[in-house]
Design a protein around this ligand. Structure first.
Ligand SMILES: O=C(CO)[C@H](O)[C@H](O)COP(=O)(O)O
Length: 231
């Protein structure tokens, strides 16, 4: 069975006092991307880190740095995140008045452009920016904290966005409450990338490889076509 689902550990659940080592540990354990949750205490009720911290850990791995900006305003800070070494920069549709302009600015900086939608935000907000998009990040918790329960109502939105995307080269990422139990629901609906904090970092470094493998197995098994006459 070939690997399909990309697993992106969120360093929100890492030990911040050893962030560089934690990034190296999850990469050794099989992480595909590193997900960076940037929070400002304004758009979301929590504060994490910004470009200097991202820049400081950039040399720990060559893996994709997938940056999720939960900040408002956002446009003035995009270049700092590109300069820090982010490969993908995702803005919240709810945090920018001019979504089309923000997405174009991200591409102009040489990064892939993503948009994130809160659980209650309808998919129609991206209808007219599909040509500017590389990634859609669907929040399956209300953003701000790790360790929250998955909101199942978002699963239908995943499927609707999958249909809206059609053949465009846009990937769908899911973030919040992703576990081996919830991963199959979003994988079946069309998710390409799973962000997971608690489910990856639980149990300490010795558990990371097993935790990542469990997520990947759960997602990929859910989408595996039935094979006839398998020997
Ligand atoms: O963006 C986030 C919160 O705003 C986190 O990435 C997300 O919640 C991951 O944490 P967990 O897997 O523990 O739910």
């Amino acid at each position: 069975m070939s690997q399909k689902t990309i697993i992106a550990p969120s360093v929100l659940s890492a030990d911040f006092s050893r962030l560089g080592e934690e990034v190296e540990a999850v990469c050794r354990a099989g992480a595909d991307w590193i997900h960076l949750d940037v929070m400002d205490g304004h758009f979301v009720p929590n504060i994490t880190f910004g470009p200097p911290v991202i820049k400081a850990i950039r040399n720990r791995t060559d893996k994709v740095f997938d940056c999720h900006l939960m900040i408002e305003p956002v446009d003035a800070f995009l270049s700092a995140f590109a300069d820090a070494g982010c490969d993908i920069v995702t803005v919240h549709a709810e945090a920018t008045t001019h979504l089309d302009r923000s997405l174009q600015a991200i591409r102009d900086l040489g990064c892939k452009a993503g948009v994130s939608l809160n659980p209650s935000t309808p998919e129609t907000v991206i209808e007219y920016v599909l040509d500017r998009l590389d990634l859609v990040l669907l929040m399956t918790v209300n953003p701000g904290f790790g360790g929250q329960a998955f909101i199942p109502a978002v699963v239908d939105k995943v499927a609707r966005i999958k249909a809206m995307i059609g053949n465009r080269p846009i990937v769908i990422e899911i973030d919040g409450g992703v576990t081996p139990e919830t991963a199959p629901l979003v994988a079946r609906a069309g998710a390409d990338i799973l962000v997971a904090g608690s489910a990856v970092f639980k149990g300490g470094a010795d558990a990371y490889a097993g935790n990542i493998a469990a997520l990947r197995h759960a997602a990929d098994n859910a989408t595996r076509p039935l094979v006839q006459n398998e020997r």
